[in-house]
Each structure stands twice: as structure tokens, then as C-alpha cells.
Write a protein that binds this ligand. Structure first.
Ligand code: HEC
Ligand code: HEC
Length: 205
């Protein structure tokens, strides 16, 4: 099962790498910093948002940030607060902003001890009976993700944001995940499981 998942992941990664090279302007972090003032209000000047329902961007892979900004701009992902922020961004702006936030250091969180052990079990082993794939296969043992495959880093992300993201994948409100990779997983998860894994992720580093 895990073996099969890994094969799928590797195959998917290869597709992403081979199709992803041509695009993308070269990002300049310094230029990105100059353009990031408007983002700071919600995501924090260094990409560590104060409001836990808004995602941290600090230390996130530039490739993943750029994909999300392009998705918001192209209306493949939508959010009442975020969508309008991406509308006016050029390809160069997206590359520069992604380079800037990727270079910042993500702040650490702390997992709720009561939830973390159930969360750790799911993250590391999935749930075979329910067919939930282990998160570790794509997001890595420390939550570092995989920049070439655009698998986001999750370590230290705010638990309430992770919980919202999982519920959005589950309901289909968020559907910009390639090959339904996240929707297929989230649809099998209960509220309790989502809460536990979100808490574990917030303390992961
Ligand atoms: C008014 C508040 C607000 C502002 C200003 C804002 N954002 Fe956001 N942003 C959000 C919210 C809220 C989300 C989460 C949307 C969701 O829940 O799906 C988000 C999500 C994102 C994501 C996806 C992160 C992930 O982990 O998937 C990126 C990337 C992003 N914003 C970049 C930016 C950049 C770059 C700017 C400045 C040009 C910016 N944002 C300005 C509120 C804001
Ligand atoms: C087969 C690979 C794969 C597996 C397994 C996987 N993920 Fe993901 N995950 C992804 C991809 C790809 C994305 C980015 C989707 C996109 O482009 O928007 C993602 C995105 C996410 C996000 C949104 C991050 C953000 O910043 O908005 C969360 C949260 C998440 N995954 C949690 C999990 C959890 C929890 C598990 C295990 C229960 C898991 N993932 C298992 C591939 C995977």
C-alpha cells in the first residue's frame, strides 16, 4: 500500500518536473520584498501571519507559492480575502513575491498534546481501513514537502488554517489540487481526524 503510494508519487513528481520547466520567470527576493507591503497586513511582514486562519508563507516553497498565486489569479482557487490580491499581479510579481516569502524563516508552532498522538499516527501511517494515504509520502517526515513536485511544506503551519484547508478539499470548495490528490484523501477524513492531524502538523519541524 505505502509502496504503491510511493510509486504513484514518484510518477506524479516526474510529470510535474518534466512539464514545469518551461514556465516561470526568475524570481528576485529583493524586488519581492519591495512588492510585499500589501501582503504584510494579512500574512505578516516576514510571512508569519498573526491570524491563525490565514496561512504562513514564510519558508514555503517558491514553486508552490507561485502556483497558488497563479491559481487565485486564474480563478482555479478562490477566497473572499485573497482572490482580489492576486488579480493584478504580473508573472514577474508572482516570481519575485514567491522568492521573497520562500527565503523567510517560518515560526514554529506547538501541537496540542491531547490531539498530537492520534495526529502523528495518521500523518505517518495513514489509515489503511479507511483508505487514507499517509501524509508523510508526499509532505515528508518533517513536513518539508517537495518543491519540484509542488507539494507544500506543512511544518509549523497554523492548525486552524490546516483544518480549514482540509475541510475545503473535503467539500470541494478548494479544487486546485492536481489529480484530486488532496480531495481524495480529505473526503475520507472525519472532523476529528482533521483536527488531530492539523494539530500535529502545527508542531511539526
Ligand atoms: C486581506 C488579507 C490578505 C492579503 C492582503 C493577502 N492575502 Fe494571501 N491569503 C489570505 C487568506 C485568507 C488566504 C487563505 C485562503 C484560503 O483559506 O484558501 C491567503 C492565501 C494565500 C496563499 C496560499 C497559501 C497556501 O499555503 O496555500 C498565498 C501564496 C498568498 N495568500 C499570497 C499572498 C501575497 C503574495 C499577497 C500580497 C500580494 C497576499 N497573499 C495578500 C489573505 C490575504
Ligand atoms: C499523493 C500526495 C499527497 C498526499 C499523500 C497528501 N498530500 Fe497534502 N497536498 C498534496 C498536494 C499536491 C498539495 C497542493 C495542492 C495544490 O496545488 O493546491 C497538498 C496540499 C495540502 C494542504 C494545503 C497546504 C496549504 O498551504 O494550503 C494541506 C493542509 C495538506 N496537503 C495536508 C495533508 C494531510 C494532512 C495529508 C495526510 C492525511 C496529506 N496532505 C497527504 C499532496 C499530498
Amino acid at each position: 500500500m505505502i509502496y504503491k503510494t510511493l510509486i504513484t508519487v514518484i510518477a506524479l513528481s516526474m510529470t510535474v518536473i518534466s512539464t514545469g520547466v518551461s514556465a516561470a520567470a526568475e524570481g528576485n527576493a529583493k524586488a519581492g520584498k519591495a512588492k510585499s507591503g500589501v501582503c504584510a497586513g494579512c500574512h505578516g511582514a516576514d510571512g508569519n501571519s498573526a491570524n491563525p486562519t490565514w496561512p504562513k508563507l514564510a519558508g514555503q516553497h517558491a514553486s508552490y507559492i507561485a502556483k497558488q498565486l497563479a491559481d487565485f489569479k486564474g480563478k482555479k482557487r478562490s477566497d473572499p480575502l485573497m482572490s482580489s490580491q492576486a488579480t493584478g499581479l504580473s508573472e514577474q510579481d508572482i516570481a519575485d513575491l514567491s522568492a521573497y516569502f520562500a527565503k523567510q524563516t517560518g515560526s514554529q508552532g506547538a501541537a496540542d498534546e491531547k490531539l498530537a498522538s492520534a495526529g502523528a499516527k495518521l500523518y505517518r501511517g495513514g489509515n489503511k481501513k479507511k483508505g487514507i494515504a499517509a501524509c508523510i509520502a508526499c509532505h515528508g517526515p518533517t513536513g518539508a514537502g517537495n518543491p519540484a513536485a509542488k507539494f507544500p511544506g506543512l511544518s509549523g503551519q497554523h492548525a486552524p488554517y490546516v483544518e480549514k484547508a482540509m475541510k475545503d478539499f473535503r467539500s470541494g470548495a478548494r479544487s486546485n489540487d492536481m489529480n484530486s490528490m488532496m480531495r481524495n484523501i480529505a473526503e475520507k477524513m472525519s472532523d476529528k481526524e482533521i483536527k488531530a492531524v492539523a494539530s500535529y502538523i502545527s508542531g511539526l519541524h
